[in-house]
Write a protein that binds this ligand. Sequence first.
Ligand code: ATP
Ligand code: MG
Length: 566
Amino acid sequence: MTEKPADAAPDVEPLDFIREIVKDDLAAGRRQTVVTRFPPEPNGYLHIGHAKSICLNFGVAREFGGHCNLRFDDTNPTKEEQEYIDSIQEDVRWLGFDWGTNLFHASDYFETLYEWALVLIDAGKAYVDDLTADQIREHRGTLTEPGRNSPFRGRGVAENRDLFQRMRAGEFPDGSRVLRAKIDMAAGNINLRDPVMYRILHASHPMTGEAWKIYPSYDYAHGQSDAIEGITHSICTLEFEDHRPLYDWFVENLPVPSRPRQYEFARLNLTYTVLSKRFLLRLVNEKRVRGWDDPRMPTISGIRRRGFPPEAMRQFAEMIGVARRESVVDYAALEYCVRQVLNRTAQRRMAVLRPLKVVITNYPEGQVEQFDVDNNPEVKDGSAGTRQVPFSRTLWIEREDFMEDPPKKFYRLSPGREVRLRAAYFITCQEVVKDAGGQVTELRCTYDPASRGGSAPDGRSPKATLHWVSAAHAVEGEVRLYGHLFVRPDPGAERDLLEDMNPESEEVLRGCRLEPALDGLESGTRVQFERLGYFSADTDGAPGRPVFNRIVTLRDTWARVQAKGK
Ligand code: ATP
Ligand code: MG
């Protein structure tokens, strides 16, 4: 580390632009407190992009001594389900955030929103339109052409009131009428061309049941919900920037109890990943994945099942920051955060994924030694402790740790070569046994009893250290290896998203041999399989037949050498 001059600025991360705004608002007395909200629509499971928004909204509230509401933006009952509502709550909690008593629904405000719609009608600022959805679209105009007034725009207040009340009463079929704000059909911003506030929908709602036959639009519900909850900073993604004038128009024209403001930031985009609830729903519906919590899914439930620690997700959110400029974050940055956390917290274990039998011919039959092996050498105070790993005459090693005819730079086991077995002994390969097809079935090796514990008195040190599992003590298990769900860093850029899916995103290995301490772990337990990566016990496992998911690989020097050689 380089010394810093004594007068150097302190090591304080600069605040992102949202936090700057909040800090300034508080300092200038424009705001006395900070209230934010996370407003998911319960029409699917949350993904990593939402995690960024959750970390931002809850994080800002926590840092500035305010609070963050969880609000379900449940204005579209045809797409919303209780399952999604439940999963969203579980996901936010898992990320480490707590809304306390501040759980709300846009539907909590349906009555107030309705009353306020009448206020706009009475002020001549809203009208019932009988045009069809297609006709409304035709009248809207384009970016270069102004829109045209609906023939119903001139309706009187009394008629509008009457029709709107009857819309609510359920007198009219779906799609036959809408309530629109009367703003400006020639506005440069298309969102201001008399946007729809209410549509007729005879649908059952998860919260309000059959009570409503009309439902407010997002644009009408959102800002008013913010105002009712006393939200000070309504933080959303950039696609809502063009909606902000409308957000402000409603707030300015209604008797709302507070004045929220909307701020936009760039959404998270990740390489090799699609962050869109709609597309993820399609993967689930078309059974391209095992479900919303498939460990390959970029959903929060998916990464949880895969084994990502929530702390890594929070670190990632902090690392990528918040900006207004659109960008794509390398997926490797997320994996970096995962490794950072797991390197400190995951206990080390030995597991052989593709087993090759090793018989140590000079080791006594029937003898078993227990080696004390560090659970996590990264924990320098030793508090991670040790575990006992049994050693015996017949072992399993990784098939790829042996080559009969090794190329240069392959330092692992090969005929006549000595290697170290982790925490145990040095062994030398004396003989290669093959089946009729020429496939290697067994290695016959000798060990050096003087190398017990992994070092030799004469100071010689083999170049490679292998992991191993004693055959008589091994537990057989299933290990699922995961790769990217897409083959391209920019899925869907040149062809349909589904065509960019990686057919090899999941590899299931059965008959893996695991050290005894890997049996019976509670699902979700994260460990490092030495030399292989970080793994997490899956819910599909049971005592005696564990199942593990690979969370992330370790960086593999051999793979890098191989890749360079190509
Ligand atoms: P999707 O497009 O995946 O369906 P959405 O924006 O429709 O997402 P909402 O439930 O409306 O999903 O989102 C809740 C909040 O999460 C919104 O404030 C939205 O801006 C934010 N959000 C959604 N996607 C991202 C993303 N990729 N990065 C950051 N924030 C996001
Ligand atoms: Mg949305």
